[in-house]
Design a protein around this ligand. Structure first.
Ligand SMILES: [Zn+2]
Length: 226
């Protein structure tokens, strides 16, 4: 089920290998932040239904990065309705060239169809999602195109697999992962003001998210010795 975070922003915390899924209700747009693996589409469908929406109402999917547990849901959703796909250009360019290696789909034995990212973005871009607006914060480290989405007005940061609760952070041992970059990205997050952080996995940080960012930054810095 979706948990309402603030007006127009919801989060479905996953209990499976799927990523968490964010939902932005904004004027004429209905936007997912990440899409899970696609293996549990019925859970998403039920959660949408409880808010009086269906899969067919989704207009956009903004991806924090292109790993299979975040991007896998795109294909089954696209089978049902046309959606606009947003992803950092570093990973979008490779996917648009037909290179699905970064998604790790073959590593996990999943066949992912080719897809086209309609709106590649880069650091500092504004994602205009109906009435709401998010700034792209490029936070490489977990993967080269990993990004956070900053809803400044709402004080909400979607942190993908960069920042997790409890002083935790994303792993850096997948292709294009980089410990030094991850530490630098966490440091960037400590300097931005937000009260709530919604990660790609596990529980959200609903209060004092800034403190979580600082704690993850310090832990990563000493862990990776950079
Ligand atoms: Zn990931």
């Amino acid at each position: 089920m979706f948990q309402q975070i603030t007006e127009g922003i919801h989060l479905q915390v996953s209990s499976t290998f799927d990523s968490n899924i964010g939902l932005i209700e904004s004027g004429d747009r209905l936007v997912l932040i990440d899409s899970g693996t696609g293996a549990h589409l019925q859970n998403l469908e039920k959660a949408l239904l409880s808010l009086d929406y269906s899969i067919e109402d989704i207009t956009d999917i903004a991806l924090t990065h292109s790993h299979i547990d975040h991007i896998g849901g795109v294909a089954p959703i696209m089978d049902r309705t046309d959606v606009v796909l947003h992803l950092h250009e570093r990973e979008a360019n490779r996917i648009n060239a037909g290179d699905m290696q970064l998604t790790l789909s073959s590593t996990f034995g999943v066949k992912l169809p080719k897809m086209k990212i309609d709106r590649p973005f880069r650091d500092g871009d504004e994602l205009k999602l109906g009435e709401l607006q998010a700034t792209v914060i490029h936070t490489p480290g977990h993967s080269e195109g990993s990004c956070c989405f900053y809803f400044k007005e709402e004080g909400v940061m979607f942190t993908g697999d960069t920042l997790f609760a409890g002083g935790s952070f994303g792993r850096v041992d997948f292709p294009t992962g980089n410990p030094q970059q991850l530490v630098e990205s966490l440091e960037i997050l400590t300097k931005i003001e937000f009260s709530t952080a919604l990660p790609g996995h596990m529980r959200p940080m609903l209060t004092n998210a800034q403190r979580s960012a600082m704690s993850s930054y310090k832990t990563a810095k000493s862990w990776f010795n950079v």
